[in-house]
Design a protein around this ligand. Sequence first.
Ligand code: ASP
Length: 410
Amino acid sequence: MKKNGLVYLMITGIFLGIFSGWMFGTSMLKVEWIGEMFLDALKMLVVPLIISSMIVGIAGLGDIRKVGKTGFIALVYFMVTTCVAVVIGLAMVNIIQPGIAVEMTVEHIPEKVMGKEAVGITDILKSFISPNLFESMAKMEILPLIVFSLVFGAVLTTLGESGKRAIDFFDTVNSAIMKIVHLLMYFAPIGVFALIASKLGAAGGGDLFLAEIAKIGKYVVTVISALLIHGFLVLPLILYVTTKRNPIIYFKNVTAALTTAFSTASSSATLPVTIECAEENNKVSRKASLFVLPLAATVNMNGTALYESVATLFIAQMLGIHLGFGEQVIVFLTATLAAIGAAGIPEAGLVTMVMVLQSVGLPLEGIGMLLSMDWFLDRCRTTINVWGDSIGAAVIDNLEEKWIERGGKA
Ligand code: ASP
């Protein structure tokens, strides 16, 4: 089947999923298993894909200085876009003031974030290294796998002929996994349909959705409009200015990844599709997409950072607590860190938000007010996370090329 045809079917799957979940509510739970199978099949590919991608990506970059330069450009891109996202979030929440006149009706700390109070910066740093790689693989803890594969790949490049043989092995593994992704995409339309229909159904269908929106609708509007500004103005502008690529075409080419992100609410599970779209459709160089995208899916979360800043100010407004400029700077810093620390899995942002709330002394009970809508907003922010990652691959690829051209060498 033509790629475009598949993408149209995926979009149709999303709309049919929304329609069915909205109309038939909990009876759509009957198709939940289909969505879970699709999601599990994607997740099944993530660990071998990340390990082989990072090793091949780093080997493709060549010597360690090139890796350093690409890594540095990636870091700057991640930081700049995340910071801009938080600023947009803060600006919108200050303008719209969605928390004013909303009654705080939840009095307990949600189970999801219970016991997470102690999570701080040192815990985020500690999560980079794992004492047991197999345990990390089993638990799909991506950061330690990335760190290990980076070091492993870099060391392989120094081992001469035998190192090259090992790299060739991982190269073949990577190509095989990408072929499986290709095949799996034929199931994507039905998979995304089932994921959306069953999730909306589990949330009670259209009537309950509307009832929840009525309670915190202004907050939902604030988050979505800020995400749209970032996703449709800022990121495309960065893409155009740095690479001269047409953002509309670029967008069309990553639609499969964006629909997968919206349906799975997981950047990590979407990673196989994100890599496929970057490499195959948008012709980002293989070395850049393999090196940048696994990293980006784990640490670059524009949508999550933006969301955390809006949610924190929303809670403060709801409680009648004024956060001044200094406190908003603290929110800015901690929301950026919390997004870096959030895993690419559903509702991870809600958990790392504990750190942001605590930094300005807000009660964790506030998170309870966000729960009813978080499953939906999670999908929206994950889509922007993946969009930001995809644009990052092209931007970093281009800037790295220019840097090397200008220097004449690495
Ligand atoms: N679900 C998001 C992601 O995977 C993380 C979050 O909860 O914000 O990108």
